[in-house]
Design a protein around this ligand. Structure first.
Ligand SMILES: Nc1ncnc2c1ncn2[C@@H]1O[C@H](COP(=O)(O)OP(=O)(O)OP(=O)(O)O)[C@@H](O)[C@H]1O
Ligand SMILES: [Mg+2]
Length: 326
């Protein structure tokens, strides 16, 4: 998926975890480009590999995770062969920041919030403590947290405040790209709406490019320009938000869309029947075939590649042509 102004480009990323049952194929050959200033939403059921994709790009996988990729280019620089040290000093946080899933728990309860900002910066750049605290205060204000909280311990903050602190912390070294992993999950709907609003503002202040991960397609529709849909470790569809909603090609995306309740139309909620596959023993052929209402013989044997269709729309389905709007 080439993009003239690609700021992050991933080619053929695979991640495998070793488990007592054998290798678990969590990410299976993902390629995409993130455009400059673009917000790409990443959706998919629990276990589809969204977090693993983010951790693979950043090379922050747990010890039992192994990755390979043809290339991962961050602002034009290939990081695949970069040493851990160079990656830390020149890429992570400074160019590409990550707000991990359940990040409200990532703050250390023993240290004041301000000290954690100072620590984060000190690991990547030489900046005076007072300057870090001043900037952290400004960022906290922007995310709607009283800068006085820099003096607080994390346990004195609410879940929503901690989540905002983590977003502010990810932005302190002025990265150009940020990956946010489920930043609104586990927050109540009012705080969730506030965080989405805040993120939209931050995005325009800081001219950020971002990947916004969520299993909630309605959150993604609110925030993203383009959407990548993951199923069982692969990208099965990628298109603009409006195409994903109005003209989904992949039967899995069609099912995801149907599972969003529509209060205005009083439409009943439908769910995709079946369960996600076991990624130690994934089904042969198209991994969605056991749950696909349109399954044919070919789907059980051959894995369809992600192919381009008109309108910068990509899908991996043997019968994509059926749903392509000309
Ligand atoms: N450290 C690990 N060891 C073994 N398997 C793992 C490990 N981390 C993740 N997995 C497996 O990899 C697959 C992808 O997990 P991942 O956490 O990326 O999914 P996800 O899409 O982020 O799900 P969620 O929406 O629940 O956050 C799952 O099958 C998961 O069980
Ligand atoms: Mg996850």
């Amino acid at each position: 998926m080439p993009s003239a102004t690609s700021i992050l480009s991933v080619r053929d990323l695979h991640v495998t975890f070793s488990t007592p049952r054998g290798p678990l194929y969590a990410v299976q050959g993902i390629s995409f480009d993130l455009g400059e200033g673009e917000t790409m939403g990443l959706v998919g059921e629990s276990g589809s590999g969204k977090s693993t994709l983010a951790l693979g790009i950043l090379r922050l996988l747990p010890l039992n995770g192994k990755w390979t990729a043809k290339s991962i280019s961050v602002m034009g620089q290939d990081v695949v062969s970069m040493s851990e040290r160079d990656l830390n000093s020149a890429v992570r946080w400074t160019k590409l920041a990550y707000v991990p899933q359940a990040s409200q728990n990532a703050l250390d309860p023993l240290y004041r919030v301000g000290d954690q900002f100072v620590e984060t910066v000190a690991a990547h750049a030489k900046v005076e403590r007072e300057d870090v605290l001043k900037k952290a205060g400004t960022l906290l204000e922007q995310v709607g947290v009283d800068p006085a909280k820099l003096q607080s311990y994390p346990w004195e903050l609410s879940g929503g405040q901690k989540q905002r602190v983590m977003i502010a912390m990810a932005l302190i070294l002025e990265p150009k790209i940020v990956i946010l992993d489920e930043p609104t999950t586990a927050l109540d709907t009012i705080i969730q709406a506030q965080i989405l609003e805040l993120f939209k503002q931050m995005r325009s202040f800081q001219k950020l490019s971002s990947i916004f991960i969520s299993h909630d397609i309605s959150v993604i529709s609110n925030i993203a320009d383009r959407v990548g849909v993951m199923y069982a470790g692969s990208l099965v569809e990628m298109a603009s938000v409006s195409d994903i909603f109005k003209n989904p090609i992949h039967p899995y995306t069609q099912g995801l869309r149907e599972s969003v309740p529509d209060v205005r139309k009083n439409k009943p909620i439908s769910f995709i029947p079946g369960t996600p596959p076991d990624m130690v023993n994934p089904p042969p052929g198209c991994r969605f075939h056991p749950r696909c209402p349109y399954v044919q013989e070919v789907c059980k044997k051959s894995d369809p590649p992600l192919l381009p269709y008109p309108g910068d729309h990509y899908a991996a389905c043997h019968f994509a042509e059926r749903w392509v709007k000309q």
